[in-house]
Design a protein around this ligand. Structure first.
Ligand SMILES: NC(=O)c1ccc[n+]([C@@H]2O[C@H](COP(=O)([O-])OP(=O)(O)OC[C@H]3O[C@@H](n4cnc5c(N)ncnc54)[C@H](OP(=O)(O)O)[C@@H]3O)[C@@H](O)[C@H]2O)c1
Length: 273
């Protein structure tokens, strides 16, 4: 597994997402087991949010990390409509309760909303002083947003990134890398859609004795300072995602992906899901 420096910690370049977890009580046990399997295999960064199943995903995570909190780097996110002076501490308190912990390692603003950035940052800093969060960051911020934020305490920007969504390579990714701001790549498997059926990914996968999903994860994390957070509940998917941590693509593979999914040649609006 490759490691990335994030918010003062060394974290695996591949972690675990949790969107759509916690929505169905019948699936909860499988979701908890998947996260625990991932932790055992080294996928010790877990990404969640108060938005996912309106707290349900945080409850799944809380159950999964009970008794193993110290092995996990925990990321959660506050809704923009809660990102006010009063809203942030109240939302964080609810998240802490659901997660069954007294501290979140990295707390993100999920996307920009109606509250001024300074107000949200002030609330984050207060939580940091109180020890309820270790660090804070943002999500779905483009270069202009980061320039406006202009705060060296921001520990990450979490954005959409996979071979079919390369817009950030034009400006946001180099801008962040230059400033040492790590990027968390969401939907690194393009939500298991067409990408995983693409012949180019299949050919590369075959050459490496790997799967297209593993190729996508190796590609997303090929740059320093990028962490991918695939979500997986199927045990075989969790196993494959952990194993992707040692897959390294060569220049021939990268050229083939560039031909199939060309890098951006001009500014693109930041894509979100
Ligand atoms: N900040 C934001 O605005 C934002 C937005 C979107 C997502 N996120 C975060 O990013 C995480 C990842 O994004 P996502 O969940 O939307 O999409 P994703 O990780 O790209 O794709 C998830 C899908 O891929 C499947 N999968 C997982 N591993 C696989 C493998 N090795 N081979 C084949 N299929 C595999 C999963 O199936 P199974 O579950 O059946 O294994 C699931 O259907 C989220 O869970 C969330 O934590 C953040």
């Amino acid at each position: 597994m490759r490691y990335v420096k994030l918010a003062g910690s060394s974290v695996p370049a591949i972690g675990q997402g949790t969107w759509y977890m916690g929505e169905n009580p019948h699936r909860k046990a499988a979701e908890v087991a998947a996260l625990q399997q991932g932790i055992e295999l080294g996928l010790t960064l877990i990404d969640t949010a108060e938005m996912y199943a309106e707290g349900g995903a945080e409850e799944v995570v809380g159950q999964a990390i009970a008794g193993r909190r110290d092995q996990v780097f925990l990321v959660s996110k506050v809704y923009p409509h809660n990102a006010s002076q009063r809203g942030v501490p109240a939302a964080c308190e609810r998240s802490l309760k659901r997660l069954g912990t007294d501290c979140i390692d990295l707390y993100l603003l999920h996307w920009r909303g109606q509250y001024p950035l300074e107000e949200t940052v002030e609330a984050f800093e207060r939580l940091r002083e109180q020890g309820k969060i270790r660090r804070w960051g943002v999500s779905n911020f483009d270069v202009d947003d980061l320039r406006e934020l202009d705060d060296a305490n921001c520990a990450t920007n979490q954005v959409l990134y996979n071979p079919t969504q390369r817009g950030i390579e034009f400006d946001l990714l180099p801008w962040s890398q230059k400033r040492g701001l790590p990027t968390m790549a969401y939907c690194p498997l393009a939500q298991a859609g067409q990408l995983l059926q693409h012949s180019v990914l299949s050919e590369i996968a075959e050459r490496h004795g790997a799967t297209p999903a593993q190729v996508s994860l190796a590609w997303v994390t090929r740059n320093d300072g990028v962490v991918a957070i695939p979500k997986a509940v199927t045990p075989e998917h969790v196993r494959l995602n952990a194993a992707a941590g040692v897959l390294s693509l060569n220049s021939e593979d990268l050229r083939a992906i560039d031909r199939a999914f060309p890098a951006p040649t001009r500014k693109q609006p930041l894509a979100m899901v």
